[in-house]
Ligand binder design. Structure first.
Ligand code: ADP
Length: 393
C-alpha cells in the first residue's frame, strides 16, 4: 500500500509518499510560497526532480499541482492508487489522543480548535478539504502533534489560573512535537530491548521541546498551550516570568500583537545574539562574540534544568534521547547539555559524542546508568505508519 503524508502549512505544503510494505519513502516534494507570484512546486522521485515555478494562488491549486506531479513523475499512476492520506495536525486540543479517519464531525472539531492554533489548523483544514474533494474514495487520516501528550496527568497539564478558563476555553498545557517524541521513544525501546521505557526526549530544532516518558507514556512536556513555552528556541523565548509582559507592555506601550511577535519571533537565540541558526551562533561564538556564547550557555542551561526536573518525576530514567536538527547534529550542544550530570547517573562519552551517523548512536560512557542516545527523527514515517495501522491492509 502507498500512503501519502501531507503537512499543509500556512504558506507551504510538504509531502512524502511511502511504500508501506517496507516503510520506505519513495517520493517527496513541496509547494512553497503559496499566494505569491513565483511559487515553487517540486517533486523528487527515483533520483529525478521535477520543478514548476508559477503563481500558485491558494492551497487548492497547490494541492492540485502536487497531485499532478505525483502522476507526472510516475510515482503513482493514478490518485486512486493511494491507500490513504495522513495529515499532520498541530493542535488536537483535548479531543484527540489517537489518529482518526476524517469525517464531517472530525473536520468540524479541527475547525473548532482553530482559535488555539490559528495559523496551523486553518491551513491543515484546507489540505484536508481539498484532498477530500479531489479523491473522495481515498481515506484521509489525521495525526495530531498533541496526541502523544494526552497521557499527561491533569495536575501536570493545568495552569494555576482561574479554573473557568480551562472549562470554557480549554486553557491548559497541550504540548507539541508529539509525533517526533513518540517515534524516538519507540525506536529507543526497540534498540534497548526495553518495552515500557522511562525516557527523557529532547527534540531540538528551530522549535525545541522535551518530554518526560514513564512506562512508555508521556507524563510531562515543556511546550504548553502553545509552542512558545519551555526551552529557549531559535526565535522563541521559552519560559519567562509572565509579568515581564506587563512590565514591557506598560513601559513601551506595546500591544498584544507586539508582545506576541516579541516572544515568538524576536526572542530565543535570535533575541540574545542576533541569529536563530545554531550553526551560525556557534561560529559567532568561536570568533569571540560574547552574546553568542551567552546564548549557547543559556540554551544548554535550560535543557539541563529540564533534564533534572524530568529525572525527578520519572524516577529511574533508562535513557535520554537527542533528536531534531540540533539534537542530531550539534555535538557541542549535546556536550554542554550533558556536562556535570554524573551525579544523576548520566555520563557522556566525548569520543562517541563526536561521531556522526544516520543510524541510532549511543553516546554515553560505559559507566553511565542513563543511556544517552541520538536518534534521527522521522515524523513523516511515523504519520505514515499510524495512518497505515488505522486503515489496515
Ligand atoms: P525545524 O524545527 O525547522 O524542523 P530542524 O530540526 O531542521 O528545524 O533544526 C534546525 C536547527 O538545526 C538550526 O538551528 C540549525 O542550525 C541546526 N543544525 C542543523 N545542522 C547542524 C549542525 N551540523 N550543527 C549544529 N546545528 C545544526
Amino acid at each position: 500500500m502507498k500512503i501519502l503524508v501531507l503537512n499543509s502549512g500556512s504558506s507551504s505544503i510538504k509531502f512524502q509518499l511511502f511504500q508501506m510494505d517496507d516503510n520506505r519513502s519513495i517520493a517527496s516534494g513541496l509547494v512553497e510560497q503559496i499566494g505569491e507570484n513565483d511559487s515553487l512546486a517540486k517533486i523528487e522521485y527515483n533520483g529525478t526532480v521535477i520543478e514548476k515555478r508559477e503563481p500558485i494562488a491558494d492551497h487548492k491549486i497547490g494541492l492540485k499541482i502536487m497531485n499532478q506531479l505525483l502522476i507526472e513523475s510516475t510515482a503513482i499512476s493514478s490518485l486512486n492508487e493511494l491507500g490513504g492520506v495522513g495529515h499532520r495536525i498541530v493542535q488536537g486540543g483535548g479531543s484527540f489522543s489517537e489518529p482518526v479517519i476524517v469525517d464531517e464531525a472530525v473536520a468540524k472539531e479541527i475547525e473548532n480548535l482553530i482559535p488555539l492554533a490559528p495559523l496551523h489548523n486553518r491551513a491543515h483544514l484546507n489540505g484536508i478539504e481539498v484532498m477530500m474533494e479531489e479523491i473522495p474514495n481515498v481515506k484521509q487520516v489525521v495525526v495530531f502533534d498533541t496526541a502523544f501528550h494526552a497521557t499527561i496527568p491533569k495536575y501536570a497539564h493545568m495552569y494555576a489560573i482561574p479554573y473557568k478558563y480551562y472549562e470554557t476555553d480549554g486553557v491548559r498545557k497541550y504540548g507539541f512535537h508529539g509525533t517526533s517524541h513518540k517515534y524516538v521513544v519507540e525506536e529507543a525501546s526497540k534498540y534497548l530491548g526495553i518495552e515500557n521505557l522511562n525516557a527523557i526526549t529532547l527534540h531540538l530544532g528551530n522549535g525545541a521541546s522535551m518530554a518526560a516518558v514513564k512506562d512508555g507514556k508521556c507524563i510531562d512536556t515543556s511546550m504548553g498551550l502553545t509552542p512558545l513555552a519551555g526551552l529557549m528556541m531559535g526565535t522563541r523565548s521559552g519560559d519567562i516570568d509572565p509579568a515581564l509582559l506587563f512590565y514591557l507592555g506598560r513601559k513601551y506601550d506595546l500591544n498584544i500583537e507586539d508582545l506576541d511577535e516579541l516572544l515568538n519571533k524576536k526572542s530565543g537565540l535570535k533575541g540574545v545574539c542576533g541569529s536563530n541558526d545554531m550553526r551560525e551562533v556557534e561560529s559567532m561564538a568561536d570568533k569571540g562574540d560574547e552574546n553568542a556564547q551567552l546564548a549557547l550557555d543559556m540554551f544548554a542551561y535550560r535543557i539541563k534544568k529540564y533534564i533534572g526536573s524530568y529525572n525527578a518525576i520519572i524516577g529511574k530514567t533508562d535513557c535520554i534521547i537527542f533528536t531534531g536538527g540540533i539534537g542530531e547534529n550539534d555535538i557541542d550542544t549535546r556536550a554542554r547539555s550533558c556536562s556535570e550530570l554524573e551525579h544523576i547517573g548520566m555520563e557522556l562519552d566525548l569520543v562517541k559524542n563526536n561521531q556522526r551517523s544516520k543510524e541510532i548512536l549511543e553516546i554515553s560512557s560505559k559507566n553511565s546508568k542513563i543511556k544517552i542516545l541520538v536518534i534521527p527523527t522521522n515524523e513523516e514515517l511515523e504519520i505514515a505508519m499510524q495512518t497505515y495501522s488505522l486503515l489496515g491492509t
